[in-house]
Design a protein around this ligand. Structure first.
Ligand SMILES: Nc1ncnc2c1ncn2[C@@H]1O[C@H](COP(=O)(O)OP(=O)(O)OP(=O)(O)O)[C@@H](O)[C@H]1O
Ligand SMILES: [Mg+2]
Length: 351
């Protein structure tokens, strides 16, 4: 039978908002068919864990209803400390052998009980230095954590068919939009509201990932602390609202200090990668996530790292109808939608 590929909607649950993207496969690429975003109340998601599931459920329900999403099938993603991604070396074996021995092999690399995690892997290929060994990307996610997300979508009347990892979804977008050069080392950095993630790719494969629990909220915290503001005012001022009377130079100075804290941590991650890996340092750095919109972070990163820092444009190869979507909005909000775009590109059974 001609089985149609299952329609999916990509839903990214961030700590500050939920993003929804739907794409249609067209000749030579994708077309945008649906786009939506809704803010979450503060503290609904903390350290990637769902703290207030009824609040998140009602936000997702409302978003799906208001955008008239017909499919129930969802591609979503998780990230944070309950998800471990490791590149390991193992003796050469087949996919089937790996499948059979993964539990046992994974044990020494995973800081959780093996019985408490879902495991997945991808064989990258023989190791350059020792052809009797192969590199494998191992992914382990705590079952409790995954189950909370599954239950949340079920409560929304949706079926999560694809459970991805944020940084893999971003890598997917990067690949679809920019292509992959063999052996090219690039760093993709997601700068979210409460976390930042560094993912270094070599020839399109993840060779290093690091999650840091710090993000755009550091700007808000500094603004609140130094100017005695409420969190709502801090957010407004951060986004450029000058009506409160705080001198722009004062705001800029605070933003600059917080930017230093963020870029120091990113630089440390890249230094750690260089010190611990045989792979060369990334020559290109791509950033995304809402905080990538802060111009100071781009400048500071490119000065510190001595490389070109670019924004990922998730829409680069995606067509859309200008009557349905405002090009200015898409361009401005692109960084916030990157994960959801990557999820919307997934198909059931993808690996
Ligand atoms: N123009 C801007 N200037 C500065 N910060 C911005 C701008 N636009 C959005 N942000 C910040 O980006 C963050 C939201 O980004 P994003 O949607 O990528 O995060 P998230 O996915 O909700 O969070 P996380 O991935 O950490 O769970 C918020 O902290 C928001 O204040
Ligand atoms: Mg995010």
């Amino acid at each position: 039978m001609f089985q149609r590929k299952k329609d999916l909607v990509g839903i990214d649950i961030g700590s500050s908002s939920v993003k929804l993207v739907q794409l249609k496969e067209v000749r030579g690429g994708y077309q945008l068919t649906n786009l939506g975003m809704a803010m979450l109340p503060p503290e609904a998601i903390v350290d990637n864990a769902i703290m207030d599931s009824s609040a998140v459920v009602s936000v997702i329900r409302e978003l799906v209803e208001s955008h008239k999403i017909k499919t129930k099938n969802v591609a979503t993603s998780i990230s944070g400390h309950s998800v471990i991604i490791r590149k390991i070396l193992l003796p050469i074996m087949t996919e089937e052998e790996m499948e059979a021995s993964i539990q046992w092999e994974a044990e020494q690399y995973i800081p959780f009980e093996i019985s408490e995690v879902n495991l997945d892997f991808q064989i990258l290929g023989p190791d350059a230095n020792d052809p009797s060994q192969m590199s494998v990307i191992l992914v382990a996610a705590k079952k409790d954590f995954v189950n909370d997300y599954v239950a949340l979508f079920r409560e929304c009347g949706l079926t999560p068919l694809v459970m991805d990892v944020d940084c893999f979804a971003i890598a997917n977008v990067y690949e679809a939009n920019y292509g992959v050069a063999e052996n090219e080392v690039v760093a993709l950095i997601d700068l979210g509201a409460s976390s930042l993630n560094v993912n270094i790719l070599k020839g399109g494969m993840s060779v290093f990932t690091r999650d840091i629990q710090m993000g755009g909220n550091v700007y808000n915290e500094e603004l609140q602390k130094r100017l005695g503001l409420s969190s709502e005012d801090a957010e407004r001022i951060k986004l450029g609202d000058e009506s409160g009377g705080v001198p722009p130079a004062t705001v800029a100075a605070i933003i600059e200090d917080a930017t230093e804290a963020l870029t120091t941590d990113i630089q440390r991650s890249l230094d750690f990668f260089s010190a611990s890996s045989a792979d060369e340092r990334p020559r290109k750095v791509f950033i995304t996530g809402g905080v990538s919109k802060v111009q100071a972070i781009r400048t500071s990163l490119s000065q510190r790292l001595g490389v070109d820092v670019q924004l990922i444009d998730p829409w680069r190869q995606i067509s859309y109808n200008k009557k349905d979507f405002d090009p200015d909005y898409l361009q401005a909000m692109g960084p916030l939608f990157t994960v959801a775009v990557g999820l919307a590109m997934r198909r059931v059974g993808d690996k």
